[in-house]
Design a protein. Structure first.
Length: 429
């Protein structure tokens, strides 16, 4: 197949969506497909800019970068904004960003990227280089470009992929103006109507979309993410990173914590409970939370808990080292969401057990983690979390850790994931 990706997030961006699109593109190319990616050109002062990730793009994958436009240039998060010297300027920019994002960034900050991406993709398709479009949300501008391409080339096959819901179950869009909500809902309705196939990351999200838009189920599918076993081996050879402490129970979470979606207070209460009730286990704990907490004021203070440390965001490869060398990887589910965090698939390739803390009783992580059998799956309450951590500590001390809890899940190796994705793109599954 000759597949043209339309995706805003791609290296050098260091976020979950970018890593996903990187590996989809690389592994489809390794299966023998011709792969091109129409994406965005990013400023190197972006807070998520990670130049090392560019080296992970296979040479055979063709990259077409287009300018993101005015709104993006005024709203993206800069690395320098984390500096105390720029607090006043940052506050001013935050107010401007809020206005621009609410009224001009429709459907997102890459609204002016769409025209540039459309022009480039049209030329590539006209030249006969690609005959399949694969558009990836997030963000929705990718789908809007693909939708216009489908109108321009009605016979081309178009696969639309959702990593997160757009207008359905979107907490980010709850406070948007009514007219904007109606406009975007109508656009998304057109997307699901005209796409030849709609792919989602969980059964729950597929059901939400089938119910909301009346999509025929046969037109939908579920796809996963994966882990790169060879890359993990290279990371292991680099040795343990700085904040992994020998002879401690190293419990790690890597990535952003969005407090609207993830309530970390019960976890903090659980550690405080362990400190009070089981000092021996508490003394073993080394808990490292790597990555930003979007609003530290939304969680309780924990200065009394020396076992917990919060570190700044690190490059992807370093974050992977923490996953690989931790004893326990924390997996927080999202409350009120049908989505599965992409991080779960990265954890599947690590050797440590996974402590899954469900967002709520309907969290789709419950099913996937029960099948994976990689560690305790608990509700988000301090009693169950503390019990699970104490259990893990005892199992390690007695050398009785269940084998499955520390065994990689081969189902989610990228090669297997890409084979399944290729079948769905081609319409064979």
């Amino acid at each position: 197949m000759n597949i043209l990706f339309i995706t805003i997030y791609f290296p050098p961006m260091n976020n979950s969506a970018s890593i996903r699109s990187l590996y989809y593109a690389n592994y489809l190319r390794r299966l023998g497909h011709n792969v091109g990616v129409v994406t965005c050109s990013y400023n190197d002062d972006h807070v998520y800019y990670d130049a090392v990730l560019n080296k992970k793009i296979d040479d055979e994958v063709k990259i077409y970068r287009e300018s993101p436009g005015y709104v993006y240039s005024k709203t993206y998060s800069r690395k320098c904004e984390n500096s105390s010297d720029s607090v006043g300027a940052s506050n001013g920019r935050t107010r401007i960003k809020g206005v621009l994002k609410k009224y001009m960034a429709v459907p997102d900050s890459f609204v002016f990227w769409q025209k540039n991406a459309m022009k480039r993709a049209e030329k590539l398709i006209e030249d006969g280089e690609y005959d399949v479009i694969f558009s990836m949300h997030e963000l929705p501008s990718s789908h809007m470009v693909a939708y216009r391409l489908k109108q321009r080339f009605p016979k081309i096959r178009w696969i639309a992929y959702w990593s997160d819901p757009w207008t359905v179950q979107s907490r980010e869009r709850r406070d948007q103006p009514l007219l904007r909500k109606l406009y975007e809902r109508n656009v998304e309705r057109n997307v699901v109507r005209d796409a030849d196939a709609c792919l989602f990351t969980s059964e729950q999200t597929r059901k939400v979309y089938v119910d909301a838009f009346g999509i025929e189920r046969v037109k939908t599918g579920i796809v996963y993410r994966g882990y790169d076993s060879a890359y993990y081996e290279n990371v292991r050879r680099a040795g343990a990173p700085e904040w992994i402490v020998p002879d401690k129970l190293n419990i790690v979470h890597t990535g952003a914590i969005y407090t609207q979606l993830r309530d970390v207070d019960p976890f903090i209460d659980a550690i405080r409970r362990i400190k009070s009730e089981n000092e021996a286990v508490y003394e073993k704990l080394n808990i490292v939370l790597i990555g930003e907490i979007d609003n530290i004021d939304n969680i309780q203070r924990f200065e009394d808990l020396e076992a917990i440390s919060v570190k700044k965001r690190v490059p992807f490869e370093e974050a992977l080292r923490y996953m690989v060398f931790s004893n326990v990887n924390i997996l927080w589910g999202n409350k009120g969401s049908s989505q599965i965090p992409g991080k779960v698939y990265e954890y599947m390739g690590a050797d440590g057990c996974i402590l899954t803390i469900l967002g709520d009783e309907n969290d789709p992580l419950s099913d996937i983690m029960a099948e994976a059998d990689r560690g305790p799956v608990v509700g988000n309450n301090s009693k169950d979390i503390s019990k699970a951590i104490i259990e893990i500590a005892d199992l390690i001390d007695t050398d009785a850790m269940p084998r499955d809890w520390t065994s990689r899940n081969e189902k989610y190796e990228w090669e297997n994931v890409a084979l399944d994705l290729a079948d769905k793109i081609a319409g064979r599954a």
